[in-house]
Design a protein around this ligand. Structure first.
Ligand code: 5GP
Length: 204
């Protein structure tokens, strides 16, 4: 093996070696619903062409007004068939719906960003110990509740997500490498970007 690729190969091995030749670690944005993960992740990839955001599969119905490409929306049998076929890097059940990161090739030039829940973050940590896990938290329960309501979640889901959110914060803090509080989109995006820059291989 040529000397120049030794680091990449070592890193790919430490990284799980399955779907990426990128020497950067896998980046994970996780945290409770209403923290603003989706908005921050979208901003990150908009501002950074080297970053590749994995599009998850879900059995959840599309919310009114939610973009068609927010997820790959499938029914439960289709999702379960993909589990059987070993087609997910990780998957989890969250409030009655299945969510999963498909095994996909981001290409060697791209750094992978996953936007997932706590259970998914745990699986990524187990599969890729050098992954960089960033916990994103809302500044308060009130703000989180307002964000969930604004995006059209029904009341039952809001209550369940808030209850789950407390546990997600406790366990998430224990798991995370970094914690970012989403006071404003601009500040939180800048904070996450500087964390990525710190851990990236090969510089900008
Ligand atoms: P929502 O229904 O609000 O879009 O997502 C519910 C939760 O599932 C969020 O915490 C979201 O980050 C998480 N999620 C989205 N995609 C995935 C995925 O591929 N894997 C896992 N484990 N969680 C996901």
């Amino acid at each position: 093996m040529p000397e120049g690729s030794a680091f990449a190969a070592r890193q790919a091995e430490a990284d799980g070696g399955t779907d990426s030749q990128s020497p950067s670690p896998t980046f994970v944005l996780f945290g409770p619903g209403g923290a603003g993960k989706g908005t921050i992740a979208a901003r990150m990839v908009e501002e950074d062409s080297r970053l590749w955001l994995s599009r998850s599969w879900t059995t959840r119905a599309r919310r009114p007004g939610e973009p068609e490409d927010a997820y790959v929306f499938v029914d439960r049998p289709e999702f379960e068939a993909r589990i059987e076929a070993g087609g997910f890097f990780e998957w989890a059940e969250f409030i009655g719906n299945l969510y999963g990161t498909p095994i996909a090739d981001a290409g060697p030039e791209r750094d992978v960003l996953l936007e997932i829940d706590l259970q998914g973050a745990r699986q990524v940590r187990a599969l890729r110990p050098n992954a960089v896990l960033v916990l994103l938290l809302p500044p308060s329960l009130e703000v989180q509740e307002a964000r969930l309501r604004a995006r059209g979640d029904d009341e039952e889901h809001i209550a369940r997500r808030l209850a789950e959110g407390e546990e997600e914060e406790r366990s998430g803090r224990a798991l995370a490498d970094h914690v970012v509080i989403n006071h404003t989109i601009e500040q939180a995006t800048a904070d996450v970007a500087s964390i990525l820059a710190e851990h990236r291989a090969g510089g900008e």
